[in-house]
Design a protein around this ligand. Structure first.
Ligand code: CTP
Ligand code: MG
Length: 246
C-alpha cells in the first residue's frame, strides 16, 4: 500500500461561523476559538477529524496548518491524537487556504508517495472513504471525494429571477479529502500562480495542468462545518450512531 501524508488545513478564522453564532445567539457563540476547536459530542472538531485519519492504515504522518499563534498550543493539546508510530506536526498556516496547504506541504516527509488534503471542519469523514480515495489516487494520480448532485439546480439573474434549470446528470459536488500522487501535487503547487481563475479546491490546480482527476463517491454526512447549524447537524448524526456501520 502507498505511504500517505495527510494535510489538514485548520488555520481559518471561521468568520461565517462566528458571525452567524453571534447573530443567532446560539450556544456556539460561547466558542470564541472558532469552528475548528468548537466542541462536538464532547471533543473539539479537530480531534474527531484526526481520529478518522488515525484509523487509515496507509497514513504515516499528519501535518495540521493552524493559525501562527496557535501552533504551540495545538501541538500540546492535540499531540497525542495519532496512531502509534505516526508523525503528527503542527505548522503555521497562511492568508488563505491555498497558502496554508502550501506551507503544510513543505513540512511533509518528501519520501511519501501520496498526499491527502482534508478540511479540519469535515469531522464525519469515514475511514473507508479515505482509503478508497487513496487507492484511486495511487492508480490514477488524483482523486476527489464528492457526491452526485441530487437537487434541481437553478441559475438566477439579478433579482433572483430564474434563467435556467441546469441539467444535473453530470454534476458532482466536491468535498474533501482530495488525494494526489506527491509529484503531481508538488508540481501543481509550484505552478499555482499561473492559474488565473479563483482557486477553491486543490484538484482545480491539477485540472489546470490538463491532468485527469477522478471522483470517488462519499457520504452526504461528510458535512463541512460553515455555520453553527452544520455543527448541530454533525452532533445529531453522531447522536444517531453515525457512521452506522459495525
Ligand atoms: N483554512 C486554512 N487557512 C486559511 C483559511 C482556511 O487552513 N487561511 C482552512 C479552514 O480552517 C478550514 C478549511 O480551510 O478547515 C476550509 O475553509 P473554510 O470552511 O472557508 O473555513 P474558514 O476560512 O475558517 O471560514 P470562513 O471562510 O467562514 O472565514
Ligand atoms: Mg474560508
Amino acid at each position: 500500500m502507498p505511504t500517505t501524508s495527510v494535510i489538514i488545513p485548520a488555520a481559518g478564522a471561521g468568520r461565517r461561523f462566528v458571525a452567524t453564532a453571534a447573530a443567532e445567539r446560539t450556544p456556539a457563540a460561547a466558542a470564541p476559538q472558532g469552528k475548528v476547536f468548537a466542541m462536538l459530542a464532547g471533543r473539539p472538531v479537530l480531534a474527531h477529524t484526526l481520529a478518522r485519519f488515525a484509523a487509515v492504515e496507509d497514513v504515516v504522518e499528519v501535518v495540521v496548518a493552524v493559525a501562527a499563534d496557535r501552533v504551540a498550543w495545538a501541538a500540546e493539546t492535540f499531540g497525542r491524537e495519532i496512531a502509534p508510530g505516526h508523525r503528527l506536526v503542527f505548522t503555521a498556516g497562511g492568508q488563505d487556504r491555498t497558502e496554508s496547504v502550501e506551507r503544510a506541504l513543505a513540512a511533509t516527509d518528501p519520501r511519501t508517495e501520496i498526499v491527502a488534503i482534508h478540511d479540519a471542519v469535515r469531522p464525519l469523514i469515514r475511514p473507508a472513504v479515505i482509503a478508497e480515495a487513496i487507492r484511486v489516487a495511487a492508480q490514477s494520480g488524483a482523486a476527489v471525494v464528492g457526491r452526485p448532485v441530487d437537487h434541481t439546480v437553478k441559475r438566477v439573474a439579478d433579482g433572483r429571477r430564474v434563467v435556467e434549470t441546469v441539467p444535473r446528470d453530470r454534476l458532482w459536488l466536491a468535498q474533501t479529502p482530495q488525494v494526489f500522487r506527491r509529484e503531481l501535487l508538488m508540481r501543481a503547487y509550484a505552478e499555482r500562480r499561473r492559474v488565473t481563475a479563483a482557486v477553491t479546491d486543490d484538484a482545480q490546480l491539477i485540472e489546470a495542468m490538463g491532468l485527469a482527476v477522478y471522483m470517488v463517491q462519499g457520504d452526504a454526512a461528510n458535512l463541512k462545518i460553515t455555520t453553527p447549524e452544520d455543527l448541530g447537524l454533525c452532533e445529531a448524526l453522531l447522536a444517531a450512531g453515525w457512521p452506522f456501520e459495525s
